[in-house]
Design a protein around this ligand. Structure first.
Ligand code: N2P
Length: 376
């Protein structure tokens, strides 16, 4: 829900159960709606008497589970093994960005039982009441998580989310085609690599990178800072082959793309087929992130969703996922089973890394900035 959408969208969100009555009042007031208007809309949107509250006790294990996850973000046999052991049939779909995921969830019930947003996207989903609370009694494997991951700023007390994987956003490049390692985000302004470079198809990552390039936070909501990020992005755009995220791996492998804004784990996946690939964290700084399993409020199979979460918390399952994805595992028991677990960033690297956060009311300004970049 974005402020620019106005009262009609807010009323729709309320009537579809996507935001609470309390959140509706708060947001409608912020939009300048009078009390009588708010009262009328509230009366028109009484909660359906037959809809169970999201924290109602879970029933028996359902026979189906619908998962919506990032591409290339699970081991080949994770789902198949779960289906066999629990007798649950899984539908598994993939997406390429938090924007795609949020748009789907904000448009209404999707039928998905498990989705995997990044931390900041959990803040967005919580602010609009789109998540179902966890039933910790169905997650006995919770204790396998590293203490660092048992609580998060995005979901205090971990009431809604189970950590899945963590990583960083940086620059993947072909050591055999690029004479020196890219030092920072400025490489995307280097004419020598025109049409051989890509940035991610993601407003938070592209604008975030150009904000850091000028010394701003990746979460800046400052208008002049966003304008200069837009201008830097437009200079780069003339030299880019495309805005593309995980699917760029195929182009890096064959050499159509030499330099790509990408995540560490997806780079590791591509290295298996193209050993001349390397990964750097830009000198100006970048993003560290963690992604989490969460259950949409509208999920039809909440017990099966918990069963999958608990299964994913098993050390051997979590280790197999990290072995495939190349990302860090939040599961301390799993890390002990990996030959080369992803090391936590050094103090120096951590000093240059930031977590993304919900942009709140400034989401509209960021949307506008991205539109100017895409159409510029
Ligand atoms: C999936 C990588 C997703 C990480 N290929 C983005 N947070």
């Amino acid at each position: 829900m974005r402020p620019a959408d106005g009262l009609p969208a807010l009323a729709r969100a309320l009537s579809h159960g996507r935001i609470s009555r309390r959140a509706f009042v708060r947001r409608a007031t912020a939009l300048g709606a009078g009390l009588s208007t708010i009262g009328t809309l509230l009366a028109a949107c009484r909660p359906r008497a037959d809809a169970p509250p999201p924290d109602a006790p879970l029933g028996p294990l359902e026979s189906r589970l619908n998962i919506y996850n990032w591409s290339d973000y699970i081991a080949d046999d994770t789902v198949r093994n779960f289906e066999r052991e629990f007798g649950v049939e899984v539908r598994y779909d993939t997406y390429e960005s938090n924007e795609d995921l949020l748009a789907r969830l904000q448009a209404g019930a999707t039928g998905y039982d498990l989705v995997v947003p990044t931390g900041y996207a959990i803040e967005v989903l919580r602010a609009t009441d789109l998540l179902a609370p966890l039933h910790r009694e169905h997650l006995p494997n919770w204790g396998n998580l590293a203490p660092l991951f048992q609580d998060s700023v995005f979901d205090p007390g971990s009431a809604y989310s189970v950590p899945w994987q963590w990583g960083t956003t940086g620059i993947a490049y072909r050591t055999d085609l690029v004479p020196e390692p890219p030092a920072g985000w400025g490489v995307f302004h280097d004419r020598r690599y025109a049409r051989r470079m890509t940035q991610m198809d993601d407003p938070r990552d592209v604008i975030g990178a150009w904000l850091r390039y000028r010394g701003h936070s990746i979460n800046s909501t400052d208008r002049p800072a966003l304008q200069s990020a837009r201008d830097d992005a437009l200079v780069a755009k003339r030299l880019l082959k495309a805005y593309v995220s995980a699917p760029v791996k195929a182009q890096l492998i064959v050499g159509d793309v030499w330099i790509a804004q990408l995540w560490n784990g997806d780079t590791v996946q591509a290295q298996a087929e193209q050993p001349a690939l390397a990964y750097v964290l830009p000198q100006e700084g970048s993003t560290i992130w963690a992604d989490y399993l969460v259950i949409p409020r509208s999920a039809p199979h909440k017990r099966a969703a918990h069963e999958f979460m608990n299964y994913a918390l098993r050390p051997e399952v979590a280790a197999a996922v990290s072995r495939f994805t190349g990302y860090g595992t939040p599961n301390v028991a799993a890390a002990g089973m990996l030959d080369r677990p992803v090391p936590y960033p050094t103090a120096g690297e951590l000093g240059r890394l930031e977590y993304q956060h919900d942009l709140g009311a400034a989401t509209a300004l960021w949307d506008q900035t991205w539109t100017e970049i895409k159409s510029g």
